[in-house]
Design a protein around this ligand. Structure first.
Ligand code: ARG
Length: 471
């Protein structure tokens, strides 16, 4: 370059404030690359060990806050220049066969796989909290809703388990995202590989990547793996926002299906009676930002020509914001579930009001030989009559059945009993208590197994970091 970079251009294009915290990953990847260069005889053993101890020194200095990052353009130049200050011109050899284009995606991939594992751990804790609640309150019966209208009796535990199954899909989505994140782009260099004989598989292996991202131009242009993670976070956050909304709704004094522990609510500065469900509200509220992070990156990528373009630098802010909020939401949601307490009396009051076993009554009439459509019509007219007269299904007498009065018998009392209704459900995956307890038991086993898998991954990654960077 003939001229110094314009000061405003420097400020405009710098990303150090967004990528500074990637330094452990940048150094980890740099040590691996250095070992790759040594293996390809592009560095002597002495040169490699001098570079590696220099990188380790830079790591310690950064960790102890001894280097001011602000004058640097990005994390990669921060590490490279700090290394040069310590070992001199030899530092320049580290960039053989490497470009910031493959370096930046390597850093992001190393960072993201850990964040996905963290998120998986939090989702498992959340699932476990739901399963514990479901087991603890296995006898509570409440109205199940459609259209937010009382529909049929269900176990409170059954309603809760719906969220468990949503989170199961989130776990699958995060694992799928992890399989795409967990590939090594290193060796792609600027856009089309390098003429140096580096062994890409060796470098991937020592960084504990199971695979190499084959096509170099794809490797430096690709940000789909970030979109995948943001998509997983978005759907997970949507689920949390639905859970949050139900906790808000159920804790309002009009409903009072549950109460929230004081430590998880706030008061009002002016209205002394208030107990606000802020955590649940924020699970709803923070979801918007996570959803917009996916869109933000998608818009950056839309129509972008191959291969690396500086636009791609803009991937970090939405990513880090979504991760920060998403991880905080996952962790607090697990604790929120531990701090909610269902109120069986209020649930039973609601059960009595809602004609919830009208469907059971229809099914009973079907067993007596009535076609379902006819039974539905008859029960509909009975319910309208009872409502008009201020009575409930419990007050039924044979005369209410008109010309079908002969179908009334003593068993009807059991048929309209909400608790018996729940356990009469016989289909797989229904609200029957036996089914609910089976799903809980299988859920607990899944959580334990998945935890082991994630711990295995952590151990592998930590070992790689320790071997290459130390500590
Ligand atoms: N800070 C850049 C980014 O985040 C690093 C890659 C820069 N590469 C380049 N050719 N200017 O994308």
């Amino acid at each position: 370059m003939d001229k110094e970079l314009d000061a405003e251009v420097f400020l405009f294009s710098t990303s150090i404030h967004d990528d500074y915290f990637l330094y452990p990953y940048d150094i980890w990847g740099s040590v691996a690359h250095c070992l790759g260069l040594a293996k390809a005889c592009l560095l002597s053993d002495e040169e490699a060990s001098c570079i590696i101890s220099g990188l380790r020194e830079v790591y310690s200095a950064l960790r102890e806050g001894k280097i001011d990052p602000s004058p640097f353009e990005d994390v990669h130049s921060l590490v490279e220049i700090s290394l040069r200050e310590r070992i001199g011109d030899l530092a320049g050899k580290l960039h053989t066969g490497r470009s910031r284009n493959d370096q930046v995606v390597l850093d992001e991939r190393l960072y993201l796989r850990e964040k996905i594992a963290e998120c998986l751990q939090s989702i498992l804790a959340l699932e476990e909290a739901l399963l514990r609640k479901a087991e603890e309150y296995q006898d509570f019966v409440m109205p199940g809703f459609t259209h937010l209208q009382p529909a049929q009796p269900v176990l409170f535990s059954y309603h809760l388990l719906t969220y468990f199954f949503m989170f199961q899909r989130d776990i699958a989505r995060f694992k799928e995202a992890l399989s795409r994140v967990n590939v090594s782009p290193l060796g792609a260099a600027a856009l089309c590989g390098t003429s140096f004989p580096i062994d890409r598989s060796f470098v991937a292996e020592i960084l504990a990547f199971p695979k190499v991202q084959e096509h170099a131009m794809d490797a430096v242009s690709d940000r789909d793996f970030i979109l995948d993670v943001l998509h997983a976070f978005s759907t997970f956050a949507l689920h949390l926002s639905r859970l949050g909304e139900e906790i808000v709704l159920w804790s309002t004094p009009f409903v009072s299906f549950l109460s929230i522990d004081d430590a998880f609510t706030t008061g009002s500065s002016i209205m002394p009676q208030k107990k606000n469900p802020d955590v649940a509200e924020l699970l709803r509220g923070k979801t918007g930002e996570i959803l917009s992070s996916w869109l933000s990156l998608a818009v950056t990528l839309k129509g972008l020509p191959l291969s690396y373009n500086r636009d791609l630098q803009q991937d970090k802010r939405p990513l880090f914001r979504a991760i920060q909020e998403g991880l905080a939401m996952a962790s607090i949601a697990a604790r929120l579930v531990d701090h909610i307490f269902p109120n069986s009396e209020r649930m039973e009051e609601a059960l009595k009001k809602g004609f919830l076993t009208a469907t059971d009554l229809c099914e009973y009439l079907v067993t007596k030989g009535l076609p379902f459509r006819k039974a539905h019509e008859l029960v509909g007219s009975i319910v309208r009559k009872l409502l008009k007269e201020g009575r409930t299904l419990r007050d039924l007498v044979p005369e209410d059945f008109g010309e079908w009065a002969h179908l009334y018998d003593a068993r009807l009392k059991e048929v309209i009993d909400e608790k018996q209704s729940v356990n009469r459900k016989a289909s797989f995956g229904s609200t029957n208590k036996k089914e609910v307890l089976r799903m809980c038991a299988e859920g607990f086993a899944f959580v334990a197994e998945e935890r082991k898998n994630i711990e295995g991954l952590w151990k592998m990654w930590q070992k790689s970091f320790k071997d290459l960077v130390g500590e």
